[in-house]
Design a protein around this ligand. Structure first.
Ligand code: ZN
Length: 371
C-alpha cells in the first residue's frame, strides 16, 4: 500500500445523482427540484446506515453551488465542486452531531449562519446524525428553521427519525432512504472489483452484500479488506466467512446432520474440530442458530424467496431442502430455543467449552425426544 492509499468506499463515492446506487424515488424528486429551481430551505434524509444519505447531501450541495449550477450535472472541476470532493468546502459546513454535541458548539455554528456564502450560491449546512443534538441545540436549530436566512440550506441526516422533533420534521422536505437490494450491491461490487482488478467470485460478492444488510459502505469496506487476498488467488465466500468470523456452510451442514440423525458422538467430534480451529463457543452456537433459522425459512417459505431471505446460494438451498424433510417445523423451533438457551448459559459460564459440549449432546438427543 502506498502512502496515499484511498479507501475504496471513498474512491467510489458517487459524485452525481445518477451514479447513486438505488434510491430511484429520491434521485427523481431531487432531479426535478434542481431542474425546476424549487429548492427547499431544509431537507431531512432518513434511513439505515450506508444507504447514501451523506453522499446525496454532498452531491446536492455540489449541484447547487457548481459555477454552472444549479445543475444535476455538476462539473466537478470548478472551485466549489473540487472543494466539496476534497472535503474542504468553504460554503458547505458539515456537522456530525454524534461527535459535536455540546450546546455551545452548535449554537456558535448556528450564529455564523447569518454570514453570506463566500464563493458559492448557497451556504449549506449538513448535520449528520441530527437526532443526537441536545434539546438546546435542537431549539437553536428550530429557531433558524423558522426563519431561514436567505441563501442558507440545511440538509439534516439521521438513522433514527423517530428521535427528531416533530417541529423540525414539519419544516423539512423529507426523503426516506431505503436499504439497497442485495442485487444492486452485488452489481456495484462487481463493477468496483473489475475496475480494481480484484479476483473474486460472484458467491463471495453475494456473501459480502448479504452480510451488510443493505448498506453499501460496509459492503465496499469489506471488499477493500478482502482485496489483498485477491492478488494471488480468487477470493471465495469461504474467505469472506473467515474474515467475518463465520463458520462455513459445509461444516455447519455436517454438524447439523449429526444433530438431526441423533448421533451425539459424531457431533462432538465435528464440534471439537471447529473449536480447535479457533472458533469461540459463542460464535459456534450463534452460527448454528443462524443455520437452523435458515432451515426453518427453507421449510416454510416460497422457493423463489429463499436466496434473498437466507443469503445462501442455490446448491446450499438444495442441501437445506434435503434436511427439511427430516424435521417438522416444531422440531426446528425447539432446536432453536435450546440453542438460544445454551447461548445464554455459555455467556455466563466460566468453563464455556464444557457448556458447549453439554449443549451439543443435548441437541443431538433432541430429535429422538421430540418426534
Ligand atoms: Zn462545478
Amino acid at each position: 500500500m502506498s502512502g496515499n492509499y484511498v479507501p475504496l468506499y471513498r474512491k467510489y463515492r458517487p459524485q452525481t445523482l445518477d451514479k447513486l446506487v438505488g434510491q430511484e424515488h429520491i434521485k427523481k424528486t431531487l432531479t426535478s427540484a434542481i431542474e425546476l429551481g424549487k429548492i427547499a430551505h431544509a431537507f431531512l434524509f432518513t434511513g439505515p446506515r450506508g444507504t447514501g444519505k451523506t453522499s446525496t447531501a454532498r452531491i446536492l450541495a455540489k449541484s447547487l453551488n457548481c459555477k454552472n449550477g444549479p445543475t444535476i450535472h455538476p462539473c466537478g472541476e470548478c472551485e466549489s465542486c473540487r472543494d466539496i470532493t476534497n472535503s474542504v468546502p468553504i460554503d458547505v459546513i458539515e456537522i456530525d452531531a454524534a461527535s459535536n454535541r455540546k450546546v455551545e458548539d452548535t449554537q456558535s455554528i448556528l450564529e455564523k449562519i447569518q454570514y453570506v456564502p463566500v464563493n458559492g450560491r448557497y451556504k449549506i449546512y449538513i448535520i449528520d446524525e441530527v437526532h443526537m443534538l441536545t434539546n438546546h441545540a435542537f431549539n437553536a436549530l428550530l429557531k433558524t428553521l423558522e426563519e431561514p436566512p436567505e441563501n442558507v440550506i440545511f440538509i439534516l441526516a439521521t438513522t433514527e427519525v423517530h428521535k427528531v422533533l416533530d417541529t423540525i420534521k414539519s419544516r423539512c422536505q423529507r426523503f426516506d432512504f431505503r436499504r439497497i437490494t442485495t442485487d444492486d450491491i452485488v452489481k456495484h461490487l462487481r463493477y468496483i472489483s473489475d475496475e480494481e482488478k480484484i479476483n473474486i467470485s460472484d458467491d463471495a460478492l453475494f456473501t459480502i452484500a448479504k452480510n451488510s444488510a443493505g448498506g453499501m459502505r460496509d459492503s465496499i469496506s469489506l471488499l477493500d479488506q478482502l482485496s489483498l487476498l485477491g492478488v494471488s488467488k480468487q477470493v471465495t465466500s469461504e474467505d469472506v466467512n473467515a474474515v467475518l468470523g463465520r463458520i462455513s456452510f459445509d461444516i455447519l451442514n455436517k454438524l447439523s446432520s449429526k444433530i438431526i440423525d441423533a448421533k451425539p458422538n459424531e457431533a462432538i467430534e465435528i464440534l471439537n474440530d471447529i473449536y480447535n480451529s479457533g472458533n469461540e463457543p459463542l460464535q459456534i452456537l450463534t452460527n448454528l442458530s443462524e443455520y437452523f433459522k435458515n432451515l426453518l425459512i427453507v421449510k416454510n417459505c416460497r422457493k423463489e424467496l429463499l436466496c434473498e431471505l437466507t443469503g445462501l446460494n442455490e446448491p446450499q438451498i438444495e442441501e437445506l431442502s434435503k434436511q427439511k424433510e427430516l424435521l417438522e417445523t416444531h422440531q426446528i423451533v425447539f432446536l432453536l430455543e435450546r440453542i438460544t438457551y445454551y447461548i445464554k448459559e455459555v455467556k455466563m459460564a466460566s468453563n464455556q467449552h464444557l457448556w458447549l459440549e453439554v449443549g451439543m449432546i443435548d441437541l443431538a438427543n433432541m430429535t429422538e425426544n421430540t418426534t
